[in-house]
Design a protein around this ligand. Structure first.
Ligand SMILES: C[S@@+](CC[C@H](N)C(=O)[O-])C[C@H]1O[C@@H](n2cnc3c(N)ncnc32)[C@H](O)[C@@H]1O
Length: 273
């Protein structure tokens, strides 16, 4: 897997409040089945690429007595997470490819929807293994963009029919190595982690209306936000009208519940010599 082979796309992460309404409200839901899947042994926990803190908060709520840390490369997201924390969580601005924590610190390190945006996921995974003690768990999830992410599928396929530029971004996102069914699993297998296991986690994104779906896309976060917010006004009007028709599907505006599935993989850190 080459540098940036995961998606070829960097993640625009400039505004914590915009992220929270765009995706954080849903990643909060995904954190619950992901924590069940991680099933960490006793000890401290690390959320790698914590964003606005969905997984770190879920960890702290589930295991209040444990030390929980979160790192993200975005200072805007980390600042927002610090403002949200209703529990004591140690957040830091840091790169997943160079974690600031000492070796053998954690019982588990987990990255939710992050590794496909990191320049070299192998390096990030090596770092997660380094900071996790022998016998501890390293876990990651990535959206199943191709087969399981209705809110993005609807947007990109509709926009690609109007603007070939949308098709190019979609193809990078949907066909990146880690978005494929066995992508994360291969990465974990090649890393030296033991007892590697794959799962598939599904949540529902419950939108109140088309505006509740559309407006958060204009906040400029992530590849879809970068694309939608950067469109010239005429093209954006066309894309919006077509995406609206897809969202409504011939029925009056109102609530829509869209499924969202992520691939998840976990492995055990082997005994160190
Ligand atoms: C889709 S968001 C997921 C955020 C969070 N884990 C969640 O579940 O809401 C991707 C996150 O990866 C972070 N990220 C991207 N590259 C990173 C890197 N090299 N090191 C740390 N975080 C990174 C972004 O800043 C962003 O917060």
């Amino acid at each position: 897997m080459n540098e940036r082979a995961a998606t070829g796309l960097a993640y625009a992460a400039t505004d914590g409040a915009a992220y929270d309404i765009f995706l954080g409200r849903w990643t909060e839901r995904l954190s619950q089945p992901f924590l069940d899947f991680i099933d960490p042994p006793d000890g401290a926990l690390l959320d790698v690429g914590c964003g606005t803190g969905s997984l770190a908060r879920a960890m702290k709520h589930r295991w209040p007595e444990r030390r929980v840390c979160g790192i993200d490369v975005s200072d805007a997201y980390v600042a927002f997470a610090c403002g949200q924390a209703d529990a004591e969580i140690d957040y830091r601005v840091a790169d997943a490819m160079k974690l600031p924590q000492a070796s053998n610190t954690f019982a588990a390190a987990a990255a939710q929807l992050v590794l496909n945006f990191v320049p070299d996921p192998r390096v990030a995974l090596r770092e997660m293994m380094r900071v996790t003690r022998s016998g501890g768990v390293v876990a990651a999830s990535v959206w199943d963009f191709r087969g399981g992410l209705v809110f993005q599928r609807m947007f990109w396929d509709t926009a690609a029919g109007i603007d070939p530029g949308a098709g190019q971004v979609r193809d990078k996102l949907f066909s990146g190595a880690l978005a494929l069914p066995d992508g994360l699993e291969k990465l974990f297998d090649e890393s030296g982690l033991e007892r590697v296991r794959r799962g598939s986690l599904t949540i529902r994104m419950d939108y109140a209306s088309f505006d509740d779906y559309w407006e958060p896309l204009l906040g400029g976060q992530g590849p879809v936000g970068t694309y939608a917010a950067g469109l010239d006004p005429d093209l954006r009007r066309q894309v919006k009208a077509s995406v609206r028709a897809a969202f409504l599907s011939g029925a009056p505006d109102g609530p829509r519940s869209l499924t969202a599935t992520a691939w998840a993989v976990r492995g055990r850190v082997p005994q160190r010599r």
